[in-house]
Ligand binder design. Structure first.
Ligand code: AMP
Ligand code: MN
Ligand code: MN
Ligand code: MN
Length: 282
């Protein structure tokens, strides 16, 4: 008897509770399997901590596992996210880079807490202390959830709009390590570097083309082209950029929270047939 064919759906962008996701790596991978995913990458922000647990859960559920990470990086004043796919989670070069970024995250959160205290009259320092006590990778999403829990915001999007996003009292401009360093660390760990959600940086036409060119020149190999909730126009734009720059294309949900119905694992459109899927190279 032959084994059933594995689903062709590759969700290469998933978060667990090791960063700002809510599920354990094992629960996350079981959910991905239930949702029809055939290949899954764990891509927590700035940590590979959950990869061993996720690998074991994937083996049990019949999924192909790709160890990954989503690294915070800077370029031309923008804060960007770079996915590393197929990384060696034990790589000392990657580990050192991620430790540096996590230290910057903690400094940033402390500064956000100060600003919320001074400018918005919120108990910012206490909120930040609570967040940092509970995670090795403190993100603004943790802080958004804490603001919602205390009744200062309606939901997470509201917390970003009023307290955490650009132009709000808690906004802190960041100087993350540049994309060249992020890409070098990922490649040193044997990973493929993919620019995450290029449509979400607020960069229009020319700026986005420059960004993708700089990303590729720094050794970046792929672009996220199809994601949950993306408009067909954005997908077409990103597919065109991937084609024009001869880059690999990736698919992913950016799943964090089972209570949010719009981006469950595996929900995104197929790539245009002429693009090369990064999953085929891993
Ligand atoms: P950070 O990496 O600390 O800047 O936190 C950003 C994280 O917050 C992202 O990875 C998303 O998961 C989440 N996020 C960003 N913007 C929003 C928003 N407007 N509403 C809800 N979540 C958001
Ligand atoms: Mn996140
Ligand atoms: Mn991201
Ligand atoms: Mn993400």
């Amino acid at each position: 008897m032959t084994a059933p064919a594995r689903s062709a759906v590759a969700d290469l962008h998933l978060h667990s509770h090791h960063s700002d996701g809510l599920l354990s790596p094992a629960a996350l991978m079981r959910l991905a399997a239930e949702r029809g995913v055939g290949t899954a990458a764990l891509t927590d922000h700035d940590t590979t901590e959950g990869c061993d647990e996720a690998a074991a859960a994937c083996a049990a559920a019949g999924l192909r596992f790709v160890p990954g990470v989503e690294v915070s990086a800077g370029w031309d004043g923008l804060s960007l996210h770079v996915l590393g796919l197929g990384v060696d989670a034990a790589s000392p070069a990657l580990d050192a880079h991620l430790a540096e970024v996590r230290a910057l995250r903690r400094e940033r959160l402390a500064e956000i807490g100060d600003r919320l205290e001074r400018r918005a009259g919120l108990p910012g320092r206490e909120l930040v202390d609570g967040v940092c006590a509970g995670t090795a990778v403190p993100t603004r999403l943790h802080l958004a959830r804490a603001l919602v829990a205390l009744g200062h915001a309606r939901d997470e999007a509201d917390a970003f709009k009023r307290f955490l996003g650009r132009g709000t009292p808690g906004h802190v401009p960041m100087a993350w390590p540049g994309i060249d360093r992020a890409i070098a660390a990922l490649r040193a760990a044997g990973g493929v570097a993919v620019l995450a959600h290029p449509h979400r940086y607020g960069a229009s036409g020319g700026a986005l083309r420059r960004l993708v060119g700089a990303f590729r020149d720094a050794g970046g190999q792929g672009l996220e082209v199809s994601m949950a909730g993306m408009s067909p126009r954005d997908r077409d734009r990103l597919a065109t950029l991937a084609r024009g720059h001869r880059m690999l294309a990736s698919t992913g949900s950016d799943f964090h929270d089972p209570a949010l119905p719009w981006n469950p694992p595996g929900r995104f459109d197929k790539l245009p047939a002429d693009l090369d899927h990064v999953a085929a190279t891993l």
